[in-house]
Design a protein around this ligand. Sequence first.
Ligand code: FAD
Ligand code: EPU
Length: 341
Amino acid sequence: MAMHIIRNADLHPFNTFGVHAQADALARFSDVDQLRTLLAAPELAGMPRLFLGGGSNVLFTRNWPGVVLLNEIPGIAMEAEDEHHVLVKAGAGVPWHQFVLHCVDHGWGGVENLSLIPGKVGAAPMQNIGAYGVEIKDSFHSLEALRISDGTMVTFDREACHFGYRESFFKCEGRDRFVILSVTFKLNKAPHVLNTSYGNIQQELDRQGISTPTIKDVSNAVIAIRRSKLPDPAVLGNAGSFFKNPVVPAELAERLKEMHPDMPSYPAGDGQVKLAAGWLIEHAGWKGHRADHHGVHDKQALVLVNHGGATGQAIYVLSEQVLRSVHERFGVELEREVNIL
Ligand code: FAD
Ligand code: EPU
């Protein structure tokens, strides 16, 4: 089957930072046969490949010297069920929030706290997406991926994915070696225990006068909180948190706490403490910082933004300045969450 390959494609519509960059070639696939055809296409032979979902966790700092392959595999299907659980499989190209709403509307619990995260289902395991006290590893069952080197299909269970905080096998050793094609989740039927203890979910439910919340209520509360803090990429280019929250030795956290008693910190086990990167960046003076076309969000210092017309390179340089400044001020090394290309 002939595939449509676009030459010298503008990547502006395919990254939520909204930066301009060009790919030598761009193509889409919506099933594994189309993917195999693209991987074997003589006109793409030898080109570096970049698989993209929604482009909501990438920063292009230069043109992409190769082909961009957009994963558009559709479909959500219930694979199995028993009295208490359902196994639900979603194609890698399904928008993540659409999948969440499908589950919420069917009364399947487990992903409602992850409402409104941008991107596609296929990228969700890549960094074990998380929000409001939940990560996908909590409801993850398995995934199917194509191994690029030999074109075989491989099934990964939870253990094989090596999920950690914003980490997985696919972000480290497996990077560029596998294309995730579908993800299967194990979700709860009633009774499902809601997780409303994190952040201000409970406050939001109280504000709405809801005392016995449903899965849908929690999803709506998360959506309301997120809308109040995080910029909508359709309005202001961004890729969510640019850095991870740093996990530091408890002694360093204690020393910082003595100097800054209001600094948020969370026990992270093994004598480690997680700090809030947003707080550190704000207190290093960056919140609301604005250069010509880019800056630091004024409601959430962890989010770098494109006010329009910024280059990826300029945003990257800003991230270097923020890193250096947080290190000088607090002795804490931040790590980027966004994939730099
Ligand atoms: P892309 O940006 O397209 O790709 C990300 C990386 O995954 C790239 O390296 C890409 O090559 C690789 N990749 C993509 N698809 C596949 C595939 N099928 N197989 C193999 N590799 C693949 N993240 C959170 O964890 N929690 C949040 O609360 C959160 N909030 C956000 C809020 C905003 C406003 C924005 C813009 C982003 C937010 N993010 C958050 C980050 C982002 O939405 C997630 O990381 C999301 O999973 C990225 O999906 P994507 O399809 O856009 O991935
Ligand atoms: N804070 C500040 N100043 C700021 C931002 C935050 O002081 O400018 C403080 C807050 O007051 C709070 C603490 O930092 O005490 C944590 O802030 P928040 O609850 O907003 O969450 P976060 O740690 O900044 C993380 C995730 C988000 C996720 C939210 C909700 C990371 C890197 N980020 O942000 O994920 O949506 O929690 O669970 O873990 C993403 O990964 O892209 C992302 C948006």
